[in-house]
Design a protein around this ligand. Structure first.
Ligand code: SF4
Length: 324
């Protein structure tokens, strides 16, 4: 059995007395010691999916309207709030794009890590502080026994993200959800943080769900990939299989939008247009207004999920077709 199984998940946002679907029928699973990348532009539903797994949708206007989320044999959507809180930050943890929104600027980082540990473990303050130093060592913060007394503003962006990873790992979670963890960092630091996550996974066996808008980051880091577009999974496969043959025009557009540093142009080719807003009603395939392969059939009939290759699924009437 997979560690995490998301099955036919539906999430909707209440607006003007109506429920607008933001996530529609999303399914995937993640095994222990495996990394799943969820990729797509802003507004594709990938962050809401991860917040739903963590039980952090919070806002009463956003709600799960269908499906199931099973974690370590438990049906998370049937647990009580206290049962859910006992799992969060303990057996599953999350890190976000901007550490400063999660770190308290007026407390020393060692105190914040120790506090996180003591929320889930009955240990003394001095033992929690020792554990904080160990964790800072683990995430490769230089001089950890001194830096444990630093305030967040005294650290670089990359170091703050390492502190967030240390906090997330403080209770040895089985699942780590990382939502755009390196987007705010420059390329070199981004690479270091991704390597750190991979190294920690090797040592601790943690399953990781990595959310990113950057297919390049996903390609380097993940065992398998789910590409989301407007609340649905457009394409999903093992990373090697996906890149062996991209089946969905949206995935090909994402790949062509990766910055190329050694060329005169910054972007090879951006996907034309934008993700439609929730209020915009679309018939047929949600990608058709932006798709070079779109036909009248695409505009009238939404594609179902089909098997493109073994373990490689896609939602497109013309999967594998050329956009040129
Ligand atoms: Fe493009 Fe049609 Fe495939 Fe949608 S179904 S991605 S519009 S070719």
């Amino acid at each position: 059995m997979a560690l995490l199984e998301v099955e036919n998940l539906h999430i909707a946002v209440g607006s003007g007395g109506k429920l607008l679907p933001v996530v529609q029928g999303v399914s995937f699973c993640v095994d222990e010691n495996e990394t799943l990348g969820i990729v797509g532009e802003s507004g594709c539903g990938k962050s809401l999916t991860s917040l739903a797994i963590m039980g952090l949708l919070g806002d009463s206007t956003v709600r799960i309207t269908g499906g199931s989320i099973r974690f370590d044999g438990m049906d998370l959507l049937t647990l009580s709030a206290p049962e859910r809180r006992a799992i969060m930050g303990n057996r599953m943890a999350m890190i976000f794009q901007e550490p400063m929104t999660s770190l308290n600027p007026v407390y020393r980082i060692g105190d914040q890590i120790a506090e996180s540990i003591r929320q889930h473990q009955q240990i003394s303050r001095s033992a929690a502080r020792d554990r904080a130093v160990e964790l800072l060592t683990l995430v490769r913060i230089p001089n950890p026994s001194e830096r444990v007394d630093s305030f967040p503003h005294q650290m670089s962006g990359g170091q703050r993200q390492r502190v967030m990873i240390a906090m997330a790992l403080s209770c040895d979670p089985k699942l780590l959800i990382a939502d755009e963890p390196t987007t705010a960092l420059d390329v070199t630091v981004q690479k270091e943080v991704l390597e750190l996550m991979a190294d920690l996974q090797d040592r601790m066996g943690t399953a990781i769900v990595l959310i990113s808008h950057d297919l390049g980051v996903i390609a380097e880091t993940c065992d398998k990939v789910a590409v989301m577009y407007r609340g649905k999974i457009a394409e999903a496969a093992a990373t090697a299989d996906l890149f062996a043959e991209l089946a969905h025009p949206y995935t090909r557009g994402l790949l062509n939008s990766i910055p190329v540093v050694d060329r005169d142009v910054e972007w090879l080719e951006a996907i034309p247009g934008r993700v439609p807003t929730l209020e915009e009603t679309l018939t047929g395939c949600a990608f058709h207004p932006r798709c070079a392969l779109a036909t009248d059939f695409c505009a009238s009939r939404a594609p179902e999920t089909s098997q493109f290759k073994p373990n490689h699924s896609v939602q497109c009437h013309f999967a594998g077709g050329s956009t040129t």
